[in-house]
Design a protein around this ligand. Structure first.
Ligand code: F6R
Length: 618
């Protein structure tokens, strides 16, 4: 889980790389480094800690180079282990994102051949493999290709050589890598945000591609069946900056009404969700043709069961939506943690597999998706990232269009995933000719009102902020939610845990008395999701009374505060009219409570400890 960036043809490589690394820090930030070529040498500057510790004006002038921000997997986060790594002679510098699984074996062989190592990383073997191959070929691209053949694992690699002025080479296998094309300059990075301030024209690389960047242009060697095509990025830099908010998370929470509009606009009518964003896939894995991959929603609708595979917040979004697929479309829905999923080949005729992943690069989800595809399932990806590995692996994909999400904690992408899944359920119902309960259909018609209700809820921040501040004094809390609100309770608990480090557990309210009640003490904070539209609103109120009787500090998130306040409970109000609407509005109040609690506790809200945004290793 690291960020890499290379550039060529720029005025000041050190500054461009430094700025780009700062934007990539959401992928990891425990050490950083920059390498530039200068007067026939490679100059490397590295640091343990954040990129701020590197001073770009102290780096010699160059028009090309590469850089890395690290999240340690092999070897502790110190300066020696920071990338870029170099070969024995210090003539080659490389940056790598991913994991080299056979690094021990390679290191042993390379040592026997006389190579000396300066770090304990898995990555350093790549620099030495390229060194050997370069001696044989005298060509950096060829050398990278040869080195790649000896690597097992996942990687995106960039390399420069002191003897090859004006050349940056790169390759990828199961790790993202995208080229940015500007007038006279080219960029190569794990994520578009690294160079978005310079250009909006990109080429998404595929596994196996080998790319050479020179000031004259870009050469991609691969096994593509379609020509390389530049695409235009649909979001601008403003979307990837804090825009005056103290944290990305807060900004992204406030972007939810817009993201939801984008996810829902024009898509609630039957036929208005098209796979692959209406395009035929332009790229395809080497063993398939683009045509083989093209499926339409009718082929998904033919199945009686959907198996959702996802991790973390995306898992919670799938869990929350599963109910809709059953109610609206009459399709049985199962939700599996991608890290645990093993396909059952007997189900391929009955079930289709849907990967839900905002990044489209989560290693556990990609492994599960590939396994499902290999087993013969029809596969679909629901993702925020056009061009990601998930969109290239699945037979079809549905964009959620939330815009870039920088904060490690998923907020707007959770809301957008849920909205898109909700619509997808409606589309499948139409294609299946399934007539849902009129109440369920009416809920769907009200989905268009959700962005306005979410905005009204965001505008009402006071009570949620107060609860967040109170929660900051505690080490643990509980979140209660029943029926369709139980996945939401899980999501709110996850947000509290990951950004404020308060141990939060979610339970269906009815489960309390079967064990968790023993944990409730005097003053234990308990958040209860209490929608007016619940099948039995009194059941939640009695669970709240049950914990309050054991001394808990109970706060209800509700769209009908009055009867709850009359029973003596504190409330956090939300604006909603329907059962589905409640989920979205209660979500933003839960996020707000987590956010305020983290701020109060002095936590690094956007970059929680031990976590990175895109988990590209299993
Ligand atoms: C939590 C969070 C993570 C991700 C998970 C899956 O706030 O962001 O739990 O949801 O790592 O990531 P994607 O959706 O990119 O597959």
């Amino acid at each position: 889980m690291c960020g890499i960036l290379g550039c060529i043809g720029v005025e000041d490589a050190a500054q461009v790389l430094h700025d780009g690394l700062k934007r990539l820090e959401y992928r990891g930030y425990d050490s950083a480094g920059i390498a530039v070529a200068h007067e026939g040498d490679i100059q490397v500057d590295k640091t343990a800690g954040r990129v701020e510790a590197i001073e770009p004006t102290h780096i010699p002038h160059s028009t090309f180079g590469l850089a890395h921000t690290r999240w340690a997997t092999h070897g502790e986060p110190n300066e020696a282990n920071a990338h870029p790594h170099t070969d024995c002679a210090g003539r080659i510098a490389i940056a790598h994102n991913g994991i080299i699984e056979n690094h021990d074996e390679l290191r042993q062989q390379l040592r026997q051949d006389g190579h000396a190592f300066t770090s304990t990383t898995d990555t350093e073997v790549i620099a030495h493999l390229i060194e050997d191959a370069y001696q044989a070929t005298g060509d950096l691209g060829q050398a990278l290709r040869q080195a790649r053949h000896r690597l097992e694992g996942s990687y995106a690699i960039l390399a420069v050589h002191a003897d090859e002025p004006n050349l940056v080479v790169g390759t990828r296998h199961e790790s993202p890598l995208v080229v940015g094309i500007d007038d006279g300059a080219l960029y190569l990075a794990s994520d578009i945000v690294a160079f978005r301030e310079h250009t909006d024209r990109v080429v998404h690389l595929e596994d196996g591609d080998l790319v050479r960047l020179t000031p004259q242009g870009l050469i991609v060697d691969g096994q593509r069946t379609e020509p390389v095509q530049a695409e235009q990025v649909a979001w601008d830099l403003e979307d990837a900056t804090k825009a005056g908010f103290p944290h990305f998370m807060l900004k992204e929470m406030h972007e939810q009404p817009r993201a939801l509009r984008e996810a829902l606009t024009g898509r609630t009518q039957p036929g208005s969700i098209e796979l692959n964003d209406g395009d035929t896939p332009t790229c395809s894995p080497s063993n398939e043709t683009a045509r083989d991959r093209g499926i339409d929603l009718a082929q998904v609708a033919d199945h009686d069961q959907l198996i959702f595979i996802a991790c973390g917040s995306s898992y919670n979004a799938a869990l929350a939506a599963a109910h809709e697929f059953e109610q609206l479309a009459g399709i049985e829905a199962r939700v599996e943690r991608a890290s645990e999923y093993e396909p059952n080949p007997w189900q391929t005729d009955r079930a289709a597999v849907v990967a839900v992943t905002q990044s489209g690069e989560t290693a556990d989800t990609l492994r599960a998706l590939e396994a499902a595809k290999q087993a013969g399932f029809t596969t679909l990806a629901v993702t925020n990232t056009n061009g990601s590995t998930a969109t290239r692996t699945a037979h079809g994909w549905v964009p959620i269009r939330a815009g870039p999400e920088i904060s490690v904690a998923a907020t707007k992408t959770f809301a957008s995933q849920l909205a898109v899944l909700h619509n997808l359920a409606a589309h499948l119902a139409h294609l299946r000719g399934f007539t849902p309960d009129p109440r369920v259909r009416e809920e769907l018609d009200h989905l268009q009102d959700v962005p306005t209700q979410v905005q009204a809820t965001l505008d009402e921040a006071g009570p949620a902020n107060a609860v967040g501040q109170r929660l900051a004094d505690h080490d643990r809390c509980f979140v209660l939610g029943s029926g369709p609100n139980h996945p939401l309770a899980e999501e709110i608990a996850l947000k509290i845990k990951e950004i404020s480090y308060v141990h939060a557990e979610a339970f269906p309210a009815g489960e309390l008395k079967h064990g968790p009640l023993a944990l409730v003490e005097e003053g234990t904070p308990v958040l209860a999701l209490a929608p007016r539209t619940a099948e039995d609103p009194e059941a939640m109120i009695s669970s709240m009374s049950e914990v309050a009787a054991r001394g808990a500090d109970v706060i209800a998130i509700t769209d009908e505060p009055q009867p709850i306040e009359e029973r003596g409970f504190q409330t956090v109000p939300v604006a909603s009219k329907t059962e589905a609407g409640f989920v979205y509005s209660a979500l933003v109040q839960g996020q707000r409570i987590a956010y305020q609690c983290a701020v109060e506790r002095g936590c690094n809200v956007d970059k929680p400890r031990n976590l990175a945004k895109s988990v590209t290793v299993e």
